[in-house]
Design a protein around this ligand. Structure first.
Ligand SMILES: Cc1ncc(COP(=O)(O)O)c(C=O)c1O
Length: 369
């Protein structure tokens, strides 16, 4: 089977994790946690980074730190993995869903302003599949209405928007290091910010809001969370980060090859890289249009039969029971794209012959009728 997207473990992962085991520094305190936070902040060029147990906890912390809560509204796309939307619910706020662009599949920044009300407190762009939301437009609306911006840059780690890494443009950026992400720690996340106070507060809340007293006892002035990343996972993160630039280059080269081999096939819409953006192509994503001889779902079955794992685009969150009553702007493009979109295998370890095989199967299907 050619898998959709698997981890790449080729560096110092064993060495650094062994060091944690050999020295007993396996839990939430240890030098690798600090190092991973520093190295990650340096990589994305953010001032502060807080490592967390997963990406969802980073998103929850982000909303909490910015004081978003009951009665507030947060504008978010419906075409996303559910985590950022769940995090909005965790703090008692309401998600309000905005449509996506048909060419980039990410939040349509031109449609945000019409959803803003007196209850709106934040915008939560999600840079899905490695592409970037139009952050200039997002920041313009946020500044006009005094809103916070929390970027979910989980799927766009390494993507540049006008020379800046996604996740570092709004007030807070969140990342996940779940198994299929560009770099992985098994499970893990990171919150980044250029605001020192936000960074300090995020770290404090992630550590059970713990203060160590003079007699070495603990004191907790407010409700906190146990969201700190263990040293053993941070060790893996440090090793993964050492190879990140190579992984980005490979993903981009693989995307280029997919595009070259698929570009003249009728009925397929390819991913776009807008001017000013360096798209990391975390998952190479295409649309199967009506002119293609078989449907998207039929193609997924045919590919599976050929031992190729693909994945349909996200099911829109607003169609799920917990979110059916949320306010939205119609979400026409979201619905269309979610039915036509498919992610093709995108592991860093994907071989040239495998891309050729995948594309030649798609071509054969396209030319069969
Ligand atoms: C866009 C997005 N946000 C958040 C998450 C959640 O991260 P985690 O699984 O680490 O909690 C994921 C995927 O895992 C994701 O794809």
């Amino acid at each position: 089977m050619i898998p959709l997207c698997v981890p790449e473990i080729r560096g110092n992962e064993w060495k650094y994790i062994k060091e944690c085991l050999d020295t007993n520094w396996v839990s939430t305190v240890g030098s690798y946690v600090d190092k991973f936070e520093r190295d990650f902040a340096d990589f994305v060029k953010a001032k502060n980074a807080v490592a967390t147990v997963n990406g969802t906890s980073a998103l929850h912390l982000a909303l909490k730190v910015l004081g978003i809560g009951v009665g507030d509204e947060v504008i978010v796309p419906s075409l996303t993995f559910v985590a950022p939307v769940n995090a909005i619910k965790y703090v008692g706020a309401q998600p309000v869903f905005v449509d996506v662009c048909r060419d980039t599949f990410v939040m349509d920044a031109d449609k945000i302003e019409e959803l803003v009300t007196s209850k709106t407190k934040a915008i939560l762009p999600v840079h899905i599949y490695g592409n970037a939301v139009d952050m200039d437009k997002v920041m313009e609306v946020a500044n006009k209405y005094n809103l916070f911006v929390i970027e979910d840059a989980t799927e766009s780690l390494g993507t540049l928007y006008k020379g800046r890494y996604t996740g570092t443009i709004g007030h807070i950026g969140c990342f996940s290091f779940n198994g299929n992400k560009l770099i992985t720690t098994g499970a893990g996340g990171m919150l980044v910010t250029n605001d020192e106070e936000i960074g300090k507060r995020a770290k404090f809340l992630s550590t059970q809001a713990k203060i160590t007293l003079e007699n070495r006892g603990f004191y907790h002035p407010e409700v906190g969370y146990n969201y700190r990343m263990p040293n053993i996972l941070a060790a893996m993160g440090c090793a993964q980060l050492e190879n990140i630039n190579e992984y980005i280059e490979i993903k981009r080269n693989n995307a280029k090859m997919y595009t070259d081999l698929l570009k003249d096939i009728r009925g397929i819409t390819l991913p776009v890289e807008k001017e000013g953006i360096r798209h990391v192509h975390w998952l190479y994503s295409i649309l199967i249009e009506d002119e293609f001889p078989i449907s998207r779902d039929e193609l997924i079955k045919r590919m599976f039969h050929e031992q190729i794992e693909t994945r349909p685009f996200f099911t829109p969150v607003h169609t799920m029971p917990a979110y059916v009553n949320c306010r939205h702007d119609g979400l026409e493009t979201t619905m269309e794209v979610s039915l036509k979109g498919i992610n093709l295998p995108s592991s860093v370890s994907l071989k040239i012959e495998e891309i050729e095989k995948i594309c030649s199967i798609i071509r054969k299907i396209a030319e069969a009728k």
